[in-house]
Design a protein around this ligand. Sequence first.
Ligand code: PLP
Length: 412
Amino acid sequence: MKIENNQYVIDGIPVLSLVEKYGTPLYIYETARMEAQYRKLLKAFPGSNTRIYYACKALTNINILRFFRKLGAGLDAVSIQEVQLSLMAGFDPKDILYTPNCVSMEEIDKAVDLGVGINIDNISILEQFGHKYGKNVPVCIRINPHIMAGANHKISTGHIDSKFGISIYQLPHVERIIQTNNMVVEGLHMHTGSDILDVEVFLRGIEILLETARNFKGLKFIDIGSGFKVPYKPDDIYTDIEQFGKGLSERFNRFCHDYGSDLTLIFEPGKFLVSEAGYFVARVNILKQTLATMFAGLDTGMNHMIRPMFYDAYHQIINISKPEGKTRIYTVVGYICETDTFGWNRKITEISEGDYLAFLNAGAYCFAMASNYNSRFKPAEVLIHRKKDYLVRQRETIEDLTKNQIVIEDIF
Ligand SMILES: *Cc1c(COP(=O)(O)O)cnc(C)c1O
């Protein structure tokens, strides 16, 4: 989103025209930005046999999945429903890696039936899988290298207390299960959580993964997950992809040479690909001056964007109705009957009731976590592709809220 002729535009389209056309609250995504991020990541790994699997839990609109398939991406799914959506979007089962956590063996059986890659993250399932499928269905194993890559405990998954992955200290046990059941391990995986602040720490995790990989024969790929941090504030720290790419490519190529085979290097970013490509726009219903604070109250709430309340996430907020002018300090809140603050003490160009505010970085984990709390409708989603806008999800209606409810007529 940028200012052209004193108005905010996305890929040439005035944002206020979208608001007029589709109403608010509204999610807007731009494919140009997703594609730029995709290419940037691929370019950072020259010479390597690199593939990017889109971690679709960040944003699962089927058009977004189709777009990434068209770019040539694979897909990372964490539930059987995400697998089903990806197949509906036209992904080849071979390009889907299913990485669930704490699911039942029944769900894993379904994924096997659908022909997708299976990533196993605990000993119990590894054993059951081995008994059942032996050498007939290859697996990938999710390793927990026990590194603490980011600062936010809620989204960090590699630390010692994490429920994710099989601990590197349990490798002897893993090897015993593999050998006893003649299992075929085709990949090793790690995903140490979101928000990698320190590339060095991440590289140490990869070092551990590659060390581990030496113990497995016949690997086809190494999947180092994701966690690339994107800037949420203008001066924010983010993962330096170029620096990271250089360090990792060298290391990975050396590993392949020693291992004696050209393995594929897989990344599975969600946030990196879609966060900055998304915007969330809402209307200011009410300005409320209390003794201490000036509140701007929106026609949306944490039901539509929970990240600020859930993770203390910071989303930049701008007044798209006033691209320029003096700023004042506002606390931006939602309409949910519970404290739902989007941003405290934000400097925003002077707001009038009826103005439209836009949240940046609203592509990842925003609509995907939306709910109907307070019996509100989920917002509409619009996709901008090659300077044209498409409605890709309509706003819900009262029928959506009631369609699965069963009224028992004769008891009340
Ligand atoms: C969530 C998740 C990702 C994506 O993480 P981002 O921080 O959005 O890039 C990748 N792999 C797995 C297994 C995940 O659960």
